[in-house]
Design a protein around this ligand. Structure first.
Ligand code: PRP
Ligand code: MN
Ligand code: MG
Length: 183
């Protein structure tokens, strides 16, 4: 459909590649938290697809909660992170794993980690499917990483361009948009 709309998309991470990385992450995370209960904090909206698959690859008991943060307009970060929907659970005394689809500048995560630390999380770690570190502005190193990515604007499997293309099962780089501009 998006191809018909004039988008030029190049598949960079296939559905199978994503599934394999999630299986590996599931094992790593389960080993790291053996014997513990985990509170998985999912960052809406992008991380929903990844988190849904990741928790099913875990072998430790989990609860999930959701926080909505946003900082992007089109392909550019605005630099200001806002809480659009807060968590419902208390994180005090909990082992918290923040799940992200992508860490780019790191501003979103820095903001969230500070907030969760302040609220008294017992431990705080981060799992991201994509670690895109060429534009990193904050000193953030995710604890569990699916795929290291050099750059490019990615869509699919939760990643969006102005809320579009999240539903794609694989991850694509946008080579060109219909207007002719590069993303
Ligand atoms: C995207 C992505 C991460 C964040 C990463 O979310 O899902 O949450 O940006 O960027 P950063 O490291 O430069 O802060 P976005 O704000 O676009 O909201 P969304 O998840 O609803 O798409
Ligand atoms: Mn997001
Ligand atoms: Mg987005």
């Amino acid at each position: 459909y998006w191809l018909e709309q004039g988008f030029n998309l190049k598949e960079v991470y296939s559905k199978d590649r994503i599934a394999a990385e999630i299986e590996r992450l599931g094992q790593e995370i389960s080993a790291a938290y053996a014997g513990e209960r985990l509170l998985v904090v999912v960052v809406l909206n992008g991380a929903v697809f990844f988190a849904a698959d990741l928790v099913r690859a875990l072998r430790v008991p989990v609860e999930m909660d959701f926080v909505k943060l946003s900082s992007y307009a089109g392909t550019e970060t605005t630099g200001t992170v806002r809480v659009k929907k807060d968590l419902e659970q208390s994180v005090a005394g909990r082992h918290v794993l923040v799940v992200e689809d992508i860490v780019d500048t790191g501003l979103t995560l820095t903001y969230l980690l500070d907030l969760l630390k302040e609220r008294g999380a017992k431990s705080l770690k981060v799992c991201t499917l994509i670690d895109k570190n060429e534009r990193r502005l904050a000193e953030i190193t995710p604890d569990f990483v699916g795929i290291d990515c050099p750059g490019g604007f990615l869509v699919g499997y939760g990643l969006d361009l102005d809320e579009r293309m999240r539903e794609l099962s694989a991850i694509y780089e946008i080579i060109q948009t219909p207007s002719g501009g590069d993303a």
